[in-house]
Design a protein around this ligand. Sequence first.
Ligand code: ADP
Ligand code: MG
Ligand code: ZN
Length: 479
Amino acid sequence: MEYEAVIGLETHVQLKTRSKMWCGCANAFGSDPNTNVCPICLGMPGVLPVANDEALRLTVLTGYLLNCEIPRFAKFDRKNYFYPDSAKNYQVTQYDRPSTANGWVEFEFDGPGSVDGVARVRITRAHLEEDVGKSSHFDRHSGVDFNRAGVPLLEIVSEPDLNGPEMAYAYLKALTDILHRGGISDCDLEKGMVRCDVNVSVRPKGTATLGSKIEIKNMNSFSGVRRALEYEIPRQIEAVRRGEKLRQETRRWDDAAGITEAMRSKEDAHDYRYFPEPDLMPFAPTDAWLEEVRSLVVELPLQRKRRLIRDYGIPAGDAEVLCDHLELGRFFESAAAGVRNPKAIANLVINNLQARLAESGTGLEELKFGPAGLRELVELVESGRINSKIAQDVFAEMYATGETPSAVVERKGWVQVSDTGAIEGFCDAAIAGNPGSVADFRAGKASALNFLKGQVMKLSKGKANPGLVGEILERKLRS
Ligand code: ADP
Ligand code: MG
Ligand code: ZN
C-alpha cells in the first residue's frame, strides 16, 4: 500500500512594531538582556495591559494580504501554562474569536498538489498573541532574558493542505516573502523572528481520513523544516507498515543528529483552561479603521510577476528578476510604459543596468540617467540609427556620464551606416583581404560567413547595419 503525507504548519512571526504588545518597551533585537522590560512585560501582579494599535493594524493587514475574512468582533484569551520564560504563567492569545480567518496563499510550486506551477494553501486563521522570554543554559546555571516577552507575535495556522517537504518549504518561503513585502515583519530567521510548528501525519494514498497528528515544535529554519519532514514522513510510514498505531504526540527535531524524538504526548485545549482575558476589551474594528488598513495593502510578489508578464509580454524569467529587485522593477515599469517593445527595455535593465550596478556596488538612486534614457536608447535601435551592438557602447557611456543616448551617438559619431555604397566597399575589402575564408565559404563551410561579417563590421568600426552587411556579403560571395 502507498502512503501520503498530510502537513499543516503553525508559523509564528514577530510583528515589526516599535513597541511591545501591551507596554511601551522597545521591540528591539540584540539589546543587553533584560533592558527592554517593565512591570507589565515582566508579569508583575496588578499591572494592566494596553493593546498596541500598530500590532492590531499589522494583524488585520496580514489578514487582507492572506485573503482572510476580518471578523467584526475579536477578543483576547488567556492560555494558562507554567514555563520559566513566561513570568505571567499565561500567554495572551486569541482562542475562539481570532482577528482573521479563512484565507489562502498562492505560491509557485512544481509538484503534486499544484496546478500550472501554482499551489494554493488555505489559511485557517492568523491570530495575534505575545512572545515569551528566552532561556539560556550555561554550565552551572540558566538565565531568562525577558526582552522578547510581550513582543507581538502573529500565529498563522494553515489547513493541512501541504503534502511534502518541498511544498512545505515553498509555502514558508512564499508566506514570509508576502509578510516581508507587506511590511508586516522583517522575517529575519537569524534573529528568531520566524518560528514554526510542523504538524504531520500519514494515511493511505487517496483516502480522506486524517491520521494521528505528530507535532514537531519550534523549528527556526526552513531547511530544518524540510529535513525534519524528510526524516519524519518515512519514519511514520514505516511504523504504520509495521502495524504500529501512531499516537498524537509532540516531538523535537535534533538538527545535529538529523532525527526527531518524542518529547511528550500532546496536551488538549482544555489543559490550558482558556478564558477571556479580563483586562482587555474585545476588538471590534470600525469601518473607517478597516478601510484605513485596507489602503495599506501592497501588490504581492506573485501578483506582481503575473502582471508584469501580462502587461508587458516579457518572459517569466525576466519578470522574476524584476520582482526580486523591486527598485529595478519600478525603473523598468516607468521606462517600459507605452513602448512598443518592452522586452528590449527589460533586456537593458537586466543585462546592462543590473550588471553595472552590481559591478560598481551602487544603487539606482545614484544613477545618472532616468527611465527616459532607456526608452530613447531602444528607439535609436528600432529606428535603425544605431545597431544593437553599438547600443551596448552607448549604454556604457550613458552610465558613465549621464548623457542622453543621442548626445552620445552624436559625440562619438556612432550613427549606423546603412549606406549600401559604403557597405559594398567594406565587403569588397573584406573579400579581397581574406581569400582563405572566401574559399572555405564556397566549399560549403557556413561559419566562414560569420568570420567575414565580423571583418566587415570591424572595417566599419562596428557601425555598419548588420542586416545589410549579411545581405550584401552573401550576394557578393555567391556571384
Ligand atoms: P491544535 O489545537 O493541536 O493546535 P489544530 O487542529 O488547531 O490542532 O491544528 C494545528 C495544525 O495542525 C494546523 O495547521 C492543522 O492544519 C494541522 N493538522 C491538524 N490535523 C492534522 C493531521 N491529522 N495531520 C497533519 N496536520 C494536521
Ligand atoms: Mg498547536
Ligand atoms: Zn514592558
